[in-house]
Ligand binder design. Structure first.
Ligand code: ATR
Length: 289
C-alpha cells in the first residue's frame, strides 16, 4: 500500500482498541480492491471523545468505527443520524462526507448477513435472542423486521419488555420480551429455530460459563454467539456436541465491518478476504487454534 497525499483515512476509536481486528480486516479489503484507503486505531477516552471527533472532521477522515464505550455518546457530536441508529440509540460507523458526519449502526445488519450466509433466513423462523444490551438492541431491531417470531430474553426483564414493546410499535410484528430464566428458556427454545447470544456470558476470561444449560440445546437448532473470544464459547461447544449448527461471533464482526466498508467506499466488500485477515490476526493473538 502506498500512502499518498490523496489517501482516505478511516479509523476505529474506542477504549481499549489494541486488540481490535478491524485494522487488519479493512486494510486487507482496501488492498484487495486497490483502494487508496488506510485504516488505523486510536485509543480515545470518554473525556476526549468530542475533541477526537472534531479532529476527524477537520482532517477530513473518510470514515470511523466507534466501539466501547462511545457508541451512545458519539451521537452528540454528529451532524446526521441514520434512522436505524437513531432508534437503536447507538452508532458504530460514521461516514465523514467533506466534514459532514453521518452516523450508522451496522451491527444488526451484520448479524442478519451472518445468519443468511450460513443458510438461515429469519423469515418463517422463530428466533430467541439472549440479551437486550447495546448489541442485543441492534440485532433485535433488524430481526424484528425479518423474523416470523422474535423472543428477547434478558437478565433484567424490564429491558427485554421495553425493547419488545418498542419493536412491536415500530414494526407491528410478533416480538416478546421476557426474563432470562431456566423455565422461560426451556419453553421458548422448544419451538425455536435459531438461538443468538448477545449477552457477555462466556466471554474471556469467563470461558466456562454459558447462558444456556446444555440439555436445552438440540441438533435442529442453529446457535450463534456474538462473542469471538473465545472463538468457540462454551455455548457453541455445547451446541456442537449435540450436533447443532453453530455460527461464531467472528461472523457478525466481519459482516458489520463489510457493511461499514461499503458505506465508506461504495464498493462491494471482499468478505472472504476480510474473514481470512481477521482469522490470521486471531491466530496471532492465540484466540483461534
Ligand atoms: P453490549 O454493548 O456488548 O451489548 P451491554 O450493553 O453492557 O453490552 O449488555 C450486556 C448484556 O449482557 C445485557 O443484556 C446484560 O444483561 P442486563 O441487561 O441484565 O445487565 C447481559 N449480561 C451481562 N452479564 C450477564 C450475566 N451474568 N447473566 C445474564 N446476562 C448478563
Amino acid at each position: 500500500m502506498v500512502i499518498s497525499g490523496k489517501t482516505n483515512v478511516c479509523a476505529i476509536i474506542g477504549d481499549p482498541v489494541d486488540h481490535s481486528l478491524s485494522p487488519v480486516m479493512h486494510n486487507s479489503a482496501f488492498n484487495e480492491l486497490g483502494l487508496n484507503f488506510v485504516y488505523v486505531a486510536f485509543t480515545v477516552t470518554a473525556k476526549e471523545l468530542g475533541t477526537a471527533i472534531s479532529g476527524a472532521r477537520s482532517m477530513r477522515f473518510k470514515g470511523l468505527n466507534v466501539t466501547m464505550p462511545h457508541k451512545k455518546a458519539v451521537i452528540n457530536y454528529l451532524d446526521e443520524i441514520d434512522a436505524t441508529a437513531k432508534d437503536i440509540g447507538a452508532v458504530n460507523t460514521i461516514l465523514c462526507n467533506k466534514g459532514w458526519l453521518i452516523g450508522y449502526n451496522t451491527d444488526g445488519k451484520g448479524a442478519i448477513f451472518a445468519l443468511k450466509e450460513n443458510g438461515f433466513f429469519p423469515e418463517n423462523k422463530k428466533l430467541v435472542l439472549l440479551g437486550a444490551g447495546g448489541a442485543g438492541k441492534a440485532i433485535a431491531y433488524q430481526l424484528a423486521q425479518n423474523a416470523a417470531e422474535l423472543v428477547i430474553l434478558n437478565r433484567t426483564r424490564q429491558k427485554a419488555e421495553k425493547l419488545a414493546k418498542l419493536l412491536r410499535k415500530n414494526f407491528n410484528r410478533k416480538v416478546k420480551g421476557k426474563a432470562l430464566s431456566f423455565s422461560i428458556l426451556k419453553k421458548e427454545l422448544e419451538l425455536a429455530d435459531v438461538l443468538i447470544n448477545s449477552t457477555s456470558v462466556g466471554m474471556h476470561p469467563n470461558i466456562d460459563c454459558s447462558p444456556v444449560p446444555s440439555d436445552l440445546l438440540r441438533s435442529d437448532l442453529c446457535v450463534m454467539d456474538i462473542i469471538y473470544n473465545p472463538f468457540h464459547t462454551k455455548l457453541l461447544k455445547d451446541a456442537m456436541s449435540v450436533g447443532a449448527r453453530v455460527i461464531s461471533g467472528l461472523e457478525m464482526l466481519i459482516h458489520q465491518g463489510a457493511v461499514a466498508f461499503e458505506i465508506w467506499t461504495d464498493c462491494v466488500a471482499p468478505v472472504e478476504v476480510m474473514r481470512k485477515a481477521a482469522l490470521n490476526q486471531l491466530k496471532k493473538q492465540g484466540v483461534y487454534p
